[in-house]
Design a protein around this ligand. Structure first.
Ligand code: UD1
Length: 382
């Protein structure tokens, strides 16, 4: 007989912005499952700004967290350790059937470590993605979480091969599809039009009404924004691009702070570059849907643009989501100024990638996860 409290809740962990759109459909699917799987939502508080957290909860119709650990910012060690310290008593108190983590942020790994050492089964959604770049903190979080998680749900077939190479028993892995695309498809019709988003920030939307359309930019990876020379070079090429294609930036707090710290404000061209704070989910969806192209270093946007069929240029040297390049609309351009210019020119001349939507990115991934999770828990989490 299983020692797992089957009647205990599935303890669902979110910490940072990219977790919220993954968890929303999972919570709905757990509730809709027959019989329903009880869930408890834990927010570690890694992201705490209204724009990075509360607004997304509202847009995604996420319930208020049952528990907020309020860890806030800090070095990776401090942040991870604080989540672990504060999560342990919550885990002891609520006796969950399992802990469900998503993605690759510090909160994902921190809660995984606490649970696994207490013998509580860990379920990882979006398992097996690998950039094979161990300088990325997210890669470390992914590798370690996957090594100790008990049930692993993948978004693309290459993820299972990555896991098996690392010695993970294939019986622990289930190809379920992409929950982030569940959110995207479920919210598409509620997306807020780009013009209204600009107006809300006092920017004349006429700047977007040019024949080329407009581009959307997000930039926040430490490797792109924490070094003055790299950030300066990227802002320089983006200013060049803006001369041809107006750009809408959704600025991460880290990037905004570094532009000020390195005194780079003069590189921004307000008449062709709309500088916005971090956007809500529905605003971002509206901006992306209407865009000619997206320039980003985000993981999530690579997948969302592939699902939307919008060409994406990714300003990174590698991707943990290769299907977006092989099948989707994504092209890797790194921080190479020539590659970025060439990528933009190709798209503006009509040679952007069209791509196709990958297998099982169909809006039903969370439903498949809930069904499998129920069976797995019933079988004693083995
Ligand atoms: C984190 C994730 C990254 C994800 C990104 C999306 C890790 C290792 N990284 O990176 O995978 O793509 O979130 O945003 O978990 N800050 C605020 N307000 C907030 C949150 C952060 O001002 O609500 C500022 C703080 O100065 C903080 C900095 O942003 O030091 C970085 O935040 P942090 O959570 O450490 O990492 P991200 O760069 O956001």
């Amino acid at each position: 007989m299983s020692l797992i409290p089957l009647d205990g809740p599935v303890m669902c962990i979110v910490g940072a912005r990219p977790n919220f759109m993954k968890m929303a459909p999972i919570l709905r699917a757990l509730a809709a499952h027959e019989p329903p799987l009880p869930a408890l939502l834990v927010h570690t508080g890694q992201h705490y700004d209204a724009s990075m957290s509360d607004k997304l909860f509202a847009d995604l119709r996420l319930p208020s967290p049952d528990i907020n650990l309020e860890v806030g910012s800090g070095s990776h060690a401090v942040q991870t350790a604080e989540v672990m310290k504060r999560f342990e008593p919550a885990l002891d108190e609520h006796k969950p059937s399992c802990v469900l983590v998503v993605g690759d942020v510090n909160s994902t790994l921190a809660c995984t470590l606490v649970a696994v050492k207490k013998g509580v089964p860990v379920v990882h959604v979006e398992a097996g993605l690998r950039s094979y770049d161990r300088k990325m903190p997210e890669e470390i979080n992914r590798v370690l979480t996957d090594q100790v998680a008990d049930r692993l749900y993948t978004t693309e077939r290459s993820a299972q091969a990555n896991l098996v190479r690392e010695g993970v028993d294939p019986a622990r892995v289930c190809f379920a599809g992409n929950v982030m695309i569940d959110s995207l498809l479920g919210n598409r019709e509620h997306a807020r039009p780009a013009a209204g988003t600009l107006l809300e920030h006092g920017i004349d939307p006429a700047m977007l009404a040019v024949p080329s359309g407009y581009g959307v930019v997000t930039l926040h990876r430490p490797s792109n924004v924490d070094n003055a020379a790299t950030l300066k070079s990227l802002l320089g090429v983006l200013a060049d691009v803006a001369a041809e294609l107006p750009l809408v930036f959704a600025l991460h707090p880290r990037t905004r702070a570094n532009i000020e710290r390195f005194d780079l404000q003069a590189m921004l061209k307000p008449e062709r570059m709309a500088m916005l704070p971090p956007q809500g989910y529905l605003e971002m969806l509206g901006l992306m849907q209407g865009a000619t192209l997206v320039l980003t270093d985000s993981g999530g946007l690579q997948e969302e643009t592939t699902a939307l069929g919008v060409p994406c240029l990714t300003m990174r040297e590698n991707t943990e989501r290769p299907i977006t390049v092989d099948e989707g609309t994504n092209t890797m351009v790194g921080s190479d100024v020539q590659a970025i210019r060439a990528g933009v020119a190709a798209i503006l001349s009509g040679q952007g990638k069209h791509g196709r939507v990958p297998e099982m990115w169909d809006g039903r991934a969370a439903e498949r996860i809930a069904a499998d999770l129920y069976r797995w828990l019933q079988a004693g989490a083995k």
